[in-house]
Write a protein that binds this ligand. Sequence first.
Ligand code: NAG
Ligand code: NAG
Length: 405
Amino acid sequence: MYRSPLVVASVATMFLLQLCYGEKASLEKGADAWNLCEQIILKMGYPCQNYTVETGDGFLLGLYRMPYGFNEQLRDNSWSRPPVFLQHGLLQGGDNWVLNNPDESLAYILADAGFDVWIGNIRGTRWSHGHISLNTRDKNYWDWSIDELAAYDLPAMLEFVYKSTGRKTFYVGHSQGTIIGFAAFTQDRVGDFVAAAALLSPITYLNHINCAFCNIAAHYYVERMVKTMGIREFNLRNELGVELVDRVCASPKVDCENLLASITGANCCFNSTRIPYYTQYEPHSTSLKNLAHLAQMVRQGTFEMYDYGKLGNLLRYFRFSPPAYDLSKIPKSLPIWMSWGGNDALADPVDVAHTMEELPSKPELVYVEDYGHIDFILSTRAKADVYDSLVAFFRAQLGNVHADT
Ligand SMILES: *[C@@H]1O[C@H](CO)[C@@H](O)[C@H](O)[C@H]1NC(C)=O
Ligand SMILES: *[C@@H]1O[C@H](CO)[C@@H](O)[C@H](O)[C@H]1NC(C)=O
């Protein structure tokens, strides 16, 4: 049952309540408040550069780069490192790859292992830079879902990395970063920018998620909120987020005493003393329409584009139902590595198996029995459990990074 923030003890609950009800991040004022380099990476002693990438529909994304590791120098221009691009998940931003100590966080580990690390940020996150003409109070600023992330944001950032380095990049996605990766790889041109993909908590089908909170939200509330409130910004800390949590937690089926665990599955390996640090930066905003799209996937068990209703679909897609993302179109030549957890409520083993059946290639797999959804980002043991294997996979694919032409 739902309890007030005051009576709660567990680490997972503290984390979630901080996310929902905590103070707004007390970041320093000025332009640097929205600069991931200035806020975290440079302070850790790593090199960092920031770029702005414009999407085909006018969003200005924040792309950040760690061209080499701690205390290293680029020795000369002819020797360049293989690029790797990191794509965060839902309600998260590029900070989630640099939140733990350097020997625990994937971005630092990759930079120190000799990679040229690029950190992507989708529209709506703190580290991106708005839109050429819209501002956050405009309804159209929030009129998007994973379809636009896969069609605009990922191709724009991946093409930027490709053009900047002259090489194909290694792709790393977590959670929603895997959904939009899978969707984008079914499009012809995106495969041209990517040498291999490593997917943490891989998600395409969502109908077996073991998350009472998500199921109740998806079946009863999210759709209704879109109908009554329209296209809006969603953040766990804004009034919409708090309302959704309060409504879903009113159901006796949801254990809101362990809310984070109810949503993500029990995470084994958090560092509880770092929670106040994480919640300075997380969560980031997404759109209510994006949640509605994910809710559609949970309800219908499909990996399809946004459902605008029969008439809307006809106008947009020239058919009554939304088109599916066809995983069999992902090039067999794209090497894929995936890692998922036994306690991950969102990337359920049945759904992961469904994804694998439809992929033309046979991915390399790493299963971690006691991992929940967020352990893949924040576990203090992630290097030994997951990242060492990911780095070895990329090293074995180095022959693929040279551009075809
Ligand atoms: C990098 O960030 C600073 C603010 O910290 C900003 O003034 C500058 O325009 C950014 N550069 C690019 C290319 O986005
Ligand atoms: C946990 O977080 C604290 C505070 O940031 C840090 O000093 C410590 O090194 C972390 N412990 C582990 C095992 O990562």
